[in-house]
Design a protein around this ligand. Sequence first.
Ligand code: AHM
Ligand code: MG
Length: 358
Amino acid sequence: LDVDGYYNHREFPTFDGQIMRNIVTLNEFVIERQSDFPYASGDLSRLLTDLGIAAKIVNQQVNKAGLADILGSLGDTNVQGEVQQKLDVFADDVFISSLRGGGMCCGVASEENDGYISFDNDIGQNGKYVVLFDPLDGSSNIDVNVSIGTIFSIFRRKSSIGDRANINDFLQPGRNQVAAGYVIYGSSTMLVLTTGHGVNGFTLEPSIGEFCLSHPDLKTPENGKIFSINEGNLNSSPKAIQEYVSWCKEIDPKSARPYSARYIGSLVADFHRNLIKGGIYLYPSTKSSPNGKLRLLYECSPLAFLVEQAGGEATDGTQPIMDIEPNELHQRVPYYVGSKNMVKQVGKLLSQQRAVKA
Ligand code: AHM
Ligand code: MG
């Protein structure tokens, strides 16, 4: 307490007699760090705030997903006579509305829509940014109460301010990203963000409804002991990947093998765990997904930006994900992401395999 009997301005009493200390909210953080952002004018800060608001709204609904039978299941008609939307469509709408209303962004592209959306409202056309996102990744996990997430990627537009956004604004390599992040709706809800100056994680404090800085300057270990892959597809994956997975399972106490297999089947959750603990996530080409399953622009590229900023790597087996020039919005790529040395080893095995074939 200070001389006037108030708590220090960075300390707050809670109902259960505890004191919350040193709270830095997402909004405070982006405003304080504004000078770090390219072309610091406040627009990107505002855009990140719009994303944070949308994330809180989606979080509220995701939390209630298990109550479907009590509140009416998806597809049922609610009291207003409206058909309840599927959660991923709802999340898509929420992010689009928030970004459209915020006015900092001239268009969006999302996994839920066939084409990009260019905002035709006046403030939107003057927006400097485009946002690409996967509104609810891993949505097949909603019914079984497993963590899911939102992934987003922000680029400076290529087209002129005042014009409608066009396809070239969206088809940009990951290296052009000015910010990227994800929200994980897990046992707690977190927003993890990079603006190209490291990675910071914010946990949603439900009692005050704010994302609070909880994981400053996240770094990922250079070596990990976790491999994450859908092993059901292994027989139709490249030989190099089969070899790598066998190697992970070999007994070698000197190198801490066998490693642990961990696969949630929800990219954000698998990525988040490996980012913190160290590990590799693999989604190679398979028989049913010859180019891999994951989307370059909505999933791979934003997480590649984050992992590089945390000291890790992300490749498609031939080049860094961040260097790929996209040629279509829904492009898929094989994906290897995580601890630097693990991703390098997979890259080496894949290039040896290519050399043998050539
Ligand atoms: P989605 O965007 O349709 O939800 O698919 C992406 C998800 C990822 O979250 C997850 O890592 C992957 O698909 C799991 O795929 P699989 O079930 O083939 O292992
Ligand atoms: Mg997805």
